[in-house]
Design a protein around this ligand. Structure first.
Ligand code: PEP
Length: 249
């Protein structure tokens, strides 16, 4: 089954109204391959979601960067999946390593969020990835398999999930995984899905790479057979994001 190339832009905790307007204008004016070839999803901070929704071209979609683990209520400072649905935001990024490491989100907590977000009709970019110490200890596959297993145990279908392999040591560091390193883990994840979920899910689920992707390295990474796109942080705030989108072809 053909997997459509997917490029997500994670703006993280950056921007002002003016800055957001400039990025959206740049995206709206860009010429990129059609929606049949590449799916583009940008993820602004919560407060800018309505603004971006109002201004962004209709062939690009929007993701929130997080949501609460269950139904909203007395959870000060949180944003619920129902609110995102109500706002017309179709996607959410969950399990980003910055939230896992800085805010202590465990595999189970992330998996609960994924399950709840899917149950409310959101599509999920679910992030997994190992630290440098874990890679050096040879446990990369064990780590990403455990993160994926926790999610698999909480969900019944994979249609609305994109799995993002984001080695922690490559995020925001300028140290990109080599195409071979990315391909190796993506194949490992696909094998895991085939063994523990189903061969259908393994062949249809998009596995994207994230970690210091930029205009210079995207083409070679995109050429790997199991790299189905990218989750881009820093470079998604710059014009080079368009070059990364174009690496789909
Ligand atoms: C990310 O935050 O998901 C990410 C991949 O960041 P960067 O591209 O800046 O490494």
């Amino acid at each position: 089954m053909a997997r459509k190339f997917f490029v997500g832009g994670n703006w993280k905790c950056n921007g002002t109204i003016d800055h957001v307007k400039k990025i959206v204008t740049m995206l709206n004016e860009s010429e990129v391959p059609s929606e049949d070839i590449v799916e583009v999803v940008v993820s602004p901070p919560f407060v800018f979601l309505p603004l971006v929704k109002a201004l962004l071209r209709s062939d690009f979609a929007i993701a929130a960067q997080n949501c609460w683990v269950r139904r909203g209520g007395a959870f000060t400072g949180e944003i619920s999946a129902e609110m995102l649905v109500n706002l017309g935001i179709p996607w959410v990024i969950l399990g980003h390593s910055e939230r896992r490491s800085l805010l202590g989100e465990s595999n189970d907590f992330v998996a609960d969020k994924v399950g709840y977000a899917l149950s409310q009709g959101l599509m999920v970019i679910a992030c997994v990835g190992e630290t440098l110490e874990q890679r050096e200890a040879g446990s990369t596959m064990d780590v990403v398999a455990a993160q994926t297993k926790a999610i698999a145990e909480k969900i019944t279908h994979w249609t609305n999930i994109v799995l993002a392999y984001e080695p922690v040591w490559a995020i925001g560091t300028g140290k990109v995984a080599t195409p071979a390193q990315a391909q190796e883990v993506h194949v490992g994840l696909r094998k895991w899905l085939s063994e523990y979920v189903s061969s259908e899910v393994a062949s249809s689920t998009r596995i994207i790479y994230g970690g210091s992707v930029n205009a210079a390295n995207c083409k070679e990474l995109a050429a790997q057979p199991d790299v189905d796109g990218f989750l881009v942080g820093g470079a998604s705030l710059k014009p080079e994001f368009v070059v990364i989108i174009k690496s789909a072809t």
